[in-house]
Design a protein around this ligand. Structure first.
Ligand code: ADP
Ligand code: MG
Length: 248
């Protein structure tokens, strides 16, 4: 069958809140397996863009396509998550009173519900996969620790692991480096680079050291549309980008 050109494709997307255009004629094209960083000042529309892709918000106008042909504007949030578009929010939503392993099992059980999960037997394959992911997110030594005993950064990694176990095709990650130590920030960049070898990954982030470490194409959002796109060096030497960041 035909090869997918764009894992995500947005064109002419507009979204207003009380007459204010939070997203204004936005276009974005993400290739399968691509790692893309989205930057832009506060209020640029980054989170709203994520909301539109994941079906949390419906655009007023424009195309939002998954794998070239699937019209995401016609699906709700649950459908879109089940199609393989996983999202990590800014705040971790791990369950503090459960261990790292149990959080992973719960993520795998998904919407089966806690009661059914109690009687649900994990296959050896899935156990192996959980082990693999826990190792990948750097928490092998913490497998049996309660999530409440993890650092902020480790909780973020666990959350990324909880998305990975659901085998998404696309991962959307909103400001993962916020509140992390420098070391955790660099480890997170490494982790996302690694993950992007098997999944498409879109990362919204302010931290420029982090974005530099991602070493990928960057899209600069401003007032709800794309101001510049290219390597970090290219966009950060763009006069308009400099003005947007320094001029206010
Ligand atoms: P970013 O994530 O880039 O900081 P957001 O997407 O959160 O920006 O917000 C873009 C603009 O849209 C902001 O001016 C914000 O106040 C506005 N906005 C976002 N969501 C809503 C909403 N639900 N109701 C009203 N205004 C909103
Ligand atoms: Mg935001």
């Amino acid at each position: 069958h035909k090869k997918v050109q764009s894992i995500l494709y947005l064109s002419g997307v507009t979204k207003s809140f009380d007459g204010f255009k939070a997203i204004n004629n936005l276009s974005l094209d993400i290739a399968p397996g691509e790692l893309r960083a989205i930057i832009g000042p506060n209020g640029a529309g980054k989170s709203t863009m994520m909301d539109i892709i994941t079906g949390k918000t419906k655009p007023d106008e424009g195309d939002v396509k998954f794998k070239d042909t699937i019209d995401l504007t016609r699906h709700d949030e649950t459908d879109i998550a089940n199609m393989g578009i996983g999202r990590k929010f800014q705040k971790p939503t791990v369950i503090e009173s459960l261990t790292v392993w149990d959080n992973m099992e719960l993520a795998l059980a998904g919407n089966r519900g806690i009661f059914q999960t109690l009687f649900w037997k994990l296959s050896d394959d899935k156990k192996l996969r959980i082990e693999e992911i826990i190792k990948q997110i750097g928490l092998a030594e913490k497998t049996d620790d309660l999530a409440q005993n993890l650092s902020h950064g480790q909780k973020q990694w666990l959350e990324i692991g909880m998305l990975l176990i659901q085998e998404p095709e696309v991962l959307l990650v909103d400001e993962p480096a916020g509140g992390m130590t420098d070391y955790e920030t660099m480890e997170t960049a490494k982790l996302l680079k690694e993950i992007s070898q098997e999944h498409s990954v879109i990362v919204v982030e302010h931290d420029m050291d982090f974005v530099r470490a991602l070493d990928c194409k960057v899209t600069v959002l401003h007032e709800g549309s794309v101001l510049a796109e290219g390597t970090l060096d290219k966009v950060s030497s763009d006069k308009r980008v400099v003005e947007v960041y320094l001029g206010r």
